[in-house]
Design a protein around this ligand. Structure first.
Ligand SMILES: [Zn+2]
Length: 223
């Protein structure tokens, strides 16, 4: 029995300070602080390589990840990306967050909803979780079974927020299945949360290829 992930990691980068060279002037001190905090939090290195932990190095990693020109210098566009609501899991980490649990080896994975949010009725939360699970399970030979007591493989908790819950739940379940962040802006595994209409929400090709690399294809395609 093992806990995979407790979901509650939506955050708006709040307090973030430091001497990163600006491309253009006009950054406030708070924005410098926010940039420093963001880079330290989401671009982790366990490397002894010189400068691997410098903010400039981390900023270049971020620019690479988001497909931006790799200048090592801050600008207003980067600050704007840093201020979007996003997942709390790092984009680059040279060590695994789930060291011995890259993927589930059982074909049936249990889940339990531990807490609800006051933003939505419990029945709606149940539906959202079921839909988020089916987003993944329709593509892979893995089934999810709900349990209401004890320890499940995946323990799910909801935090308050204005975010699209289906999108965020699908994203966080992707992590608990073993996926990291994607650089593809169309992918649900992209680190910043989208607020699009949940009815039209689908996994992107990048998500499907990623999850099938871990688990293989579904034996039959479910609608
Ligand atoms: Zn994430």
């Amino acid at each position: 029995m093992q806990l995979a992930l407790l979901w509650a990691v939506c955050l708006l980068s709040g307090h973030l300070a430091l001497p990163l060279p600006p491309e253009a002037g006009g950054m406030s001190e708070l924005q410098w602080e926010q940039a420093q905090h963001y880079l330290k939090r989401f671009y982790l290195h366990d490397s002894k390589e010189k400068d691997a932990n410098s903010l400039e190095f981390k900023l270049k990693e971020m620019q690479k990840f988001f497909g931006l020109p790799v200048t090592g210098r801050l600008n207003a566009h980067i600050v704007e990306i840093m201020q979007k609501p996003r997942c709390g899991v790092p984009d680059v980490a040279e060590y695994s967050l789930f060291p011995k649990r890259q993927k589930w080896t059982s074909r049936i994975v249990t889940y339990r909803i531990l807490s609800y949010t006051s933003d939505l009725k419990p029945a709606v939360v149940d539906q959202i979780v079921a839909k988020a699970l089916s987003m993944w399970s329709r593509h892979i030979p893995l089934r999810f079974k709900r349990v209401r007591m004890g320890t499940a493989d995946i323990m799910i908790g909801f935090a308050r927020g204005g975010i699209n819950f289906l999108y965020a739940a699908t994203h966080e379940l992707g992590h608990s299945l073993g996926l990291g962040h994607s650089s593809d802006p169309r992918a649900v595994m992209y680190p910043t949360y989208r607020t699009e209409d949940s009815q039209s929400f689908r996994l992107a090709q990048d998500d499907i290829e990623g999850i099938q690399k871990l688990y293989g294809r579904s034996y039959f395609r479910r609608r």
